[in-house]
Design a protein around this ligand. Structure first.
Ligand code: SF4
Length: 368
């Protein structure tokens, strides 16, 4: 099979390792660009959310490159994600005439046996070989998350603008090329060492901002218009609320064991939003509460236009923001949203947070 899958941040590196390890050819689509989004927008229903359009555009680009099978994930709960691969499959096959197989992996809970059957059908190598590859892919995900997390911490301190992003890009490439667990660990260790040695302004105390929202827009820089890097270059420490390895442990393994993942986040959300509203809606509320309690300076919510879970969260966030005294900026993202306009809004928000921090410091000084 010639298998493709969508980009979501750097996760393609691990998925490529996994699919090749299953004994298939990987057709890696190009990273999403304006062309991807234009293609997806052209064939998607008008009110489909942004992830749907970018994914559809990605599949079209991969099909142009010769892919014959698409692997994607499904979803449960009151969000349209559960229907997306069926709808995308129908558009590709019935409307556009592609001969393509779409394989959807649903959340493990309630689908354990089905998932096992699907994996068995896909694996063309011995169980030992597949297990070794799955372990290598997982180690790559862990290493990528470790490097990205550290890049968010050091970017606002960098003495030379762009140094962090350069080290990160080299580290990502080294992890991609590593073909053993030892190689992956060495690549991660070398990246972390370079971050440690990078010249920094240790006296600078960056603003601390949490980035929350729907998983795809939080993880894919093209879709969120590089919000994390932009804020970092403005001297802000960004705590991204979602990393794929944490999400996988919470929503795959704990979910399969019927244990409540993301327990503290959902508990924090309950006074404001006791119900699951699909996607990451409830998480967005819980994370805002937790960032306020941890003393963060502000929160940026990333919400795809027409995404009901994030619209529900957006309608509740003002109450949380006022009650817990934490400023929140919501960025609604669609195919019309531009990078320059977004950067201007972020700049204004960061200015506001700086003024607020100075005022708070003055107030504390006056009352001390
Ligand atoms: S959570 Fe929102 S953006 Fe994500 S698939 Fe559901 S509706 Fe679309």
């Amino acid at each position: 099979m010639k298998i493709t899958f969508p980009h979501m941040g750097t996760s393609w590196i691990a998925f490529k390792t996994l699919v090749e390890g299953m004994g298939h050819e990987v057709v890696l689509p190009p990273p999403p660009t304006k062309r991807t989004l234009d293609l997806g927008t052209k064939y998607a229903p008008e009110f489909a959310c942004l992830p749907f359009k970018v994914l559809l555009g990605t599949y079209l680009e991969a099909l142009e490159m010769g892919a014959d099978t698409i692997i994607s994930s499904g979803g449960v709960g009151p969000c349209r994600a559960g229907y997306y691969t069926q709808l995308q499959g129908r558009i590709l096959k019935e409307q556009l005439g592609y001969d393509v197989r779409v394989i959807t992996f649903e959340p493990l809970q309630g689908n354990l046996f089905k998932t096992y059957r699907m994996i068995r059908e896909l694996v063309n190598v011995s169980f030992q070989k597949f297990a070794a590859c799955a372990w290598l892919a997982w180690q790559k995900l862990l290493a990528l998350d470790a490097l990205e997390r550290e890049s968010h911490r050091v970017r606002p301190l960098e003495a030379k603008k762009g140094a962090t992003s350069r080290i990160l890009s080299r580290g990502i490439a080294a992890i991609d090329q590593a073909d053993s667990v030892k190689g992956v660990k060495n690549a991660a260790a070398s990246g972390l060492e370079q971050f440690r040695e990078m010249p920094k302004d240790h006296d600078y105390e960056p603003l601390r901002v949490g980035v929350i929202g729907e998983i795809y827009v939080v993880l894919e820089p093209f879709v969120n218009l590089d919000v994390v890097e932009t804020l970092g270059h403005m001297g802000v420490y960004v705590d991204r609320s979602i990393f794929l390895t944490d999400w996988a442990v919470d929503n795959t393994f704990l979910d399969a064991l019927r244990m409540e993942g993301e327990r503290s986040i959902k508990k924090a959300a309950r006074p404001y939003l006791p119900e699951l509203v699909g996607g990451h809606g409830q998480n967005s509320i819980g994370e805002t509460v937790l960032y306020a309690k941890k003393g963060f300076d502000g929160v940026v919510q990333l919400a795809p236009f027409t995404c009901i879970p994030e619209i529900v969260a957006k309608s509740i966030i003002p109450e949380v923001s006022k009650g817990l005294n934490i400023p929140v900026l919501t960025l609604m993202l669609d195919e019309q949203t531009g990078k320059a306009g977004t950067a201007t809004r972020l700049e204004a928000f960061v200015d506001l947070l700086r003024m607020r921090r100075s005022k708070l410091a003055m107030t504390r000084g006056e009352t001390a």
